[in-house]
Design a protein around this ligand. Structure first.
Ligand SMILES: Cc1ncc(COP(=O)(O)O)c(C=O)c1O
Length: 425
């Protein structure tokens, strides 16, 4: 039989792909709404769209980093070295610099390279950490709302494992963690039912909140009591505006049940240069090494070499903290512009960002967020993200992002004014 003839044949795939991952995931919904074809189908040119949708930083990467990439690429020996596999855990010299980074910027005491593993990204590392810690079917606890990609990330890692939501945002009062002791009670009841893993992102996506220190301390103690793991996703660690979470200086030596996942996507404005790392007890890192051998085999050596050199250079020049403070200020100021416009142009409730790139609002008149976001986009060319995939508390809410507009505050003003005219119709 010649190839290509039997096109209608039923091809069989896993239940994961055929059933569990069917339909658009929250992340795909977000991506779809920003696709040029979709925008064009609404009659807009892409430059007419004002997006409060994107979950990314938009400041320029530091020139020192660009210079370092240039040096590696233009040097024959270094470029050759960047084409070699890294060790599965990531190269020792880079892991040493990550320890220095944590000590210099956050006073993380005495972390050793054996407590660090470099991976492809926070996304990949979330998947692999989950595979290390729990068995199929065991639940994972997260805040409500939480980062939308955990839903499918968990389905891929452990298809039968459910996500259990710990109350965070009150959908009526629109307060965050207004009753921490109740949230901890819920977490404890989950632990009694067998949950051993609690994942928190701080500052958070989508709320940009930082849970109070007492909550973090108590949650850690609770998880430790049940011999589980408290995972903090630090995708926005460098973007805490004022208050910084107590756990930012925890070291794996002092907190063996604590695992942190890091990424340079946001603070180095390097989303497409994939690089992330995990800090954890040596035993966790050993487990992770086994999983990573099969999922990525090697961290990206070029990105590791560049990151290592960047950290070394910035520490030697005493400019690392200044760089981080500068980007913090940029996003803090952008958040202030954003919330000021939001207050002027709408009567929506919102969460005051404590870091990160976002705020969340309830949809007007309790509308379904998907149809609200679609109508708003059609009528105004302003994109907001429906809250559906982030957790039950945002089932009538939207996420708005100011990150991509950090250097274009006029667009924030214009976008809010368009929303204001639409609401007043
Ligand atoms: C909380 C959180 N974790 C992880 C990621 C993804 O990080 P990475 O680019 O390293 O995969 C994001 C991206 O938006 C995020 O918001």
């Amino acid at each position: 039989m010649s190839r290509g003839k039997n096109k209608d044949r039923n091809l069989c795939f896993s239940d994961l792909v055929t059933n569990a991952l069917q339909g658009l995931s929250p992340i795909q919904t977000i991506m779809k709404m920003t696709e040029p074809e979709y925008i064009a189908s609404l009659g807009f040119a892409s430059e007419d769209i004002i997006s409060f949708g994107g979950g990314w930083c938009n400041h320029a990467s530091p020139p020192e980093l660009q210079q370092i990439y240039q040096e590696i690429v233009s040097d024959k020996t270094l470029f050759h070295a960047s084409g070699r596999y890294s060790a599965i855990k990531g190269n020792l010299s880079c892991r040493k610099q990550l320890c220095r980074f944590e000590e210099t910027v956050y006073q993380v005491p005495e972390m050793t390279p054996d407590q660090v593993l470099i991976g492809q990204s926070a996304t990949q590392l979330f998947h692999d950490v989950i595979r290390v810690l729990i068995n199929p079917g065991e639940p994972v606890c997260v805040m409500d709302p939480t980062y939308a990609n955990y839903v499918n990330g968990l389905k891929c890692a452990l298809p039968e494992s459910p996500l259990w939501f710990v109350p965070g945002l009150d959908p009526i009062s629109w307060e965050y963690l207004s009753d921490p002791s109740y949230s901890l009670e819920v977490l404890e009841s989950y632990c009694k039912q067998g949950a051993r893993v609690f994942v928190v992102s701080t500052p958070d996506n989508p709320t940009s909140q930082i849970p109070p220190d007492d909550f973090i301390n108590d949650a850690y103690e609770l998880i430790e009591k049940y011999n589980g793991f408290f995972i903090v996703d630090y995708a926005y660690k460098e973007l805490c505006f004022d208050q910084e979470p107590v756990c930012q200086s925890w070291s794996p030596g002092d907190f063996p049940h604590f695992i942190s996942i890091h990424s340079h996507s946001k603070w180095l404005s390097s989303l497409g240069r994939r690089f992330g790392w995990v800090e954890a007890n040596e035993k966790v890192i050993e487990g992770l090494e086994k999983i990573d051998e099969s999922t990525i085999l090697s961290a990206d050596t070029l990105n590791s070499m560049a990151t290592e050199r960047f950290i070394e250079h910035m520490i030697s020049q005493n400019t690392l903290r200044t760089y981080i403070d500068d980007i913090k200020m940029l996003y803090k100021h952008t958040a202030q512009v954003f919330t000021k416009c939001l207050k002027t142009c709408t009567d929506w409730k919102y969460l005051d960002p404590m870091g990160g790139l976002y705020t969340c609002c309830p949809t007007p008149n309790n509308q379904d967020p998907l149809s609200f976001a679609q109508t708003l986009l059609k009528e105004t060319g302003v994109l907001v993200i429906p809250g559906l995939g982030f957790g039950p508390s945002l089932s009538k809410g939207i996420r708005l992002s100011y990150g991509p507009l950090c250097t274009d505050h006029e667009k924030i003003k214009e976008g809010m004014q368009r929303i204001q005219s639409y609401l007043s119709k």
